[in-house]
Ligand binder design. Structure first.
Ligand code: UP5
Ligand code: MG
Length: 196
């Protein structure tokens, strides 16, 4: 029966720390479904008829966090739609509202395996996001002003969530400053012990 419970790994770290990049590598190697909360919100923002489009855009540009009811329901729907049982949840939960909302609705329906935490200096993260913006990401938050706000939110709201899971022994800390393939070597160690 326990095998039916979907397993999740939360993937956290500063803006530009490489969550999305590493999640692609993990999903290729270990078959987890990659769900980026940010990507799901950007998709919902574009969906014709969405009542949340303007709110999402404003939050993203200001580096603020969308109310959990919206994000959690997008995640839940994507999980159900996939028909799969193992998920990387990239960029969530980012604050207390996210954590409480997930616990309320999803914690009984899923098993949290661990939390991957990518550590990367603010300078390197900023350089990466600005580089991505300059290369034409089209992301409305890849500019210095939004990045400052994203970082404040990360430090004030997301670090306490990472600390919360750390106290439960669930955090797998990864230095994310090296090249993607080098970072992935460390990431693999966290997944290999699962014996999948
Ligand atoms: N890059 C990646 N790894 C590299 C490496 N090792 N060496 C050199 N370069 C590397 O990488 C960023 C850039 O760096 C890319 O150009 C990449 O090639 C390069 P990426 O893998 O995209 O990093 P990631 O951590 O995913 O960065 P991202 O910008 O996506 O992080 P954020 O956490 O800021 O963005 P997210 O999409 O998760 O959220 C955006 C906004 O959505 C939030 O600010 C918030 O407003 C909203 N949001 C919510 O409200 N609720 C949520 O639950 C989630 C998001
Ligand atoms: Mg990302």
């Amino acid at each position: 029966l326990n095998k039916m419970v979907p397993e999740v790994v939360f993937v956290l770290g500063a803006p530009g720390s490489g969550k999305g990049t590493q999640c692609s590598l993990i999903s290729k190697e270990y078959g987890f479904v990659h769900l980026s909360a940010g990507d799901l919100l950007r998709e919902e923002r574009q969906r014709p008829g969405s009542e949340y489009g303007d709110m999402i855009e404003e939050k993203i540009r200001n580096g603020e966090i969308v109310p959990v009811e919206v994000t959690c329901s997008l995640l839940h729907k994507a999980m159900q739609k996939s028909g799969k049982a193992r998920f990387l949840i990239d960029g969530f939960p980012r604050n207390k509202d996210n954590l409480d909302g997930w616990e309320r609705v999803m914690s009984d329906k899923t098993k949290l395996l661990f939390v991957l935490f990518f550590e990367c200096s603010r300078d390197i993260c900023t350089e990466r996001c600005l580089g991505r913006g300059a290369a034409g990401s089209g992301r409305s938050d890849d500019n210095l002003e939004s990045l400052q706000k994203r970082f404040n939110t990360y430090l004030n709201d997301t670090m306490p969530i990472i600390n919360h899971y750390d106290q439960q022994g669930l955090v797998r800390r990864i230095n994310a400053e090296a090249a993607p393939e080098t970072v992935f070597e460390d990431v693999k160690k966290a997944f290999d012990v699962l014996g999948l």
